[in-house]
Design a protein around this ligand. Structure first.
Ligand SMILES: Cc1ncc(COP(=O)(O)O)c(C=O)c1O
Ligand SMILES: N[C@@H](CCOP(=O)(O)O)C(=O)O
Length: 405
């Protein structure tokens, strides 16, 4: 069994009530965490499979044995090992672009759907920069849930296309993600729809934490020293800490990696709060970055993100848009993994950490590539040479000679 606990005032709540945040502390300060009865949970290493879906971790997920499980296979994504990359002992790349709808968000959505059914909802909604949206649209497609998606109209066309292909109800807001989020919350409450907004629905972070659990299983429980991940609202990074924490509580691993959050320079709201120190107080900014998934000016999971990163001994870093674009290309060329800007920002963060001396080259590090590069090709279109070569052998041979110059 489990309970809900407010991250700020530490009040416990019963899981039977449908509660998103602590009524005493409010939406921004009062996000809830799930606390399990760790003493009574036994998981043997041998019962875990590196490539099984997230539902293999049911004993430490807030769902019942008979809970609805997504039809599509969520999780069990590859963890690639590159020894000597950037001169580092071992760089793992956890590639979540292989999830059914192409991003890390499927982990949270899977749990949202299980909970929506458990609580008896017929309608479910989310606000999104595009990935949570396509995830909810895709994973609910084979169900009878009615799905309502609020996205900024500026979201990458591939992500918006996914929504229509999957047949969701799409509301394109002529504004920012932060505005779409606020509107979705008001309408969701009014209509009594179930919320798949991870930043306020504590169960969803539990789905996201399976990324960390998988890294533990896939490294044979010898977890990396340091983890890098792109940060917008702060839920993914919080979930990574929570996953490692849960596994440590039940004795499956003996340390929590240092967790380093990577923010875009133009969307660094959480880094600012972290640097000011405790008590962590959310401060909003106007976000501007090419990494649409982490273009968040009013992050919702600031407190958990700052507290957990601090507990892990990690920190937050900023990377410029140029560093993100270079990271997309370098990561792809070096590893074959093509990440969307927010996903590749983690690799840009790794390079920044090396240059700042925050990590040493004899560490084992892990870069979380949270989204598939094909979801946003426009951000790197300047790379593409739109050339037309006449279909003549001699001309093509001459052209080939110019290619590697
Ligand atoms: C691909 C990708 N990476 C990273 C993030 C950052 O996650 P969070 O907003 O929980 O910090 C997101 C979305 O939020 C995302 O879609
Ligand atoms: N950038 C995110 C924001 C919302 O996702 P969530 O999983 O934190 O609710 C996105 O993909 O839309």
């Amino acid at each position: 069994m489990y309970k809900l606990k407010c991250i700020s005032c530490e009040t416990y709540y019963d899981p039977d009530e449908i509660l998103y945040t602590c009524p005493k502390c409010g939406d921004r300060l009062g996000t809830l965490e799930i606390v399990y009865d760790y003493d009574n949970i036994v998981i043997k290493k041998s019962e875990l499979d590196p490539y099984d879906s997230i539902f293999q971790f049911k004993k430490i997920l807030p769902i019942s044995n008979s809970a609805y499980q997504t039809y599509l296979h969520v999780g069990g994504t590859p963890l690639y090992s590159f020894k000597g990359l950037l001169g580092i002992k071992e760089v793992f790349v956890k590639y979540d672009g292989t999830n059914p709808t192409g991003s890390y968000k499927d982990r949270a959505t899977a749990i949202a759907i299980s909970k929506a059914y458990e609580f008896g909802f017929k309608n479910i909604y989310c606000a999104s920069t595009g990935n949570a949206a396509s995830s909810l649209a895709g994973l609910t497609a084979p169900t009878d849930l009615e799905t309502f998606i609020f996205v900024p109209a500026s979201a990458p066309i591939a992500k918006i296309t996914q929504l229509y292909v999957y047949g969701a109800n799409v509301i394109q807001i002529d504004g920012s993600y932060d505005e779409a989020f606020d509107i979705s919350m008001k309408i969701g409450q009014k209509k009594r729809w179930y919320s798949r907004n991870s930043a306020i629905n504590p169960y969803l972070l539990e789905g996201k934490k399976t990324g960390a659990l998988e890294v533990a299983v896939q490294t044979d429980f010898e977890v990396p020293d340091t983890i890098f991940v792109g940060v917008g609202d702060g839920t993914v990074i919080s979930s990574l800490y929570k996953g490692f924490y849960d596994f440590m509580q039940i004795g499956l691993i003996d340390k929590i990696p240092k967790i380093i959050g990577v923010q875009a320079q133009g969307a660094d709201a959480i880094a600012r709060v972290f640097e000011k120190g405790e008590p962590f107080t959310p401060e909003d900014i106007e976000a501007k970055t090419i990494a649409d998934s982490i273009s968040v000016g009013k992050p919702r999971d600031v407190i958990k993100a700052c507290k957990y990163v601090q507990k892990s001994g990690g920190t937050f870093l900023r990377v410029s848009d140029e560093e993100i674009l270079n990271a997309i290309v370098e990561l792809a060329e070096e590893t074959g993994v093509f990440g969307e800007p927010a996903g590749a920002s983690a690799y840009a963060g790794l390079k920044k950490a090396l240059s700042l001396g925050l990590i040493s080259r004899d560490e084992r590090v892990c870069v979380f590539v949270t989204g598939n590069g094909l979801k946003d090709v426009r951000s790197i279109e300047s790379l593409v040479r739109l050339e037309k070569i006449p279909p003549k052998i001699e001309t093509v041979l001459q052209y080939i000679d110019t290619l590697k110059q």
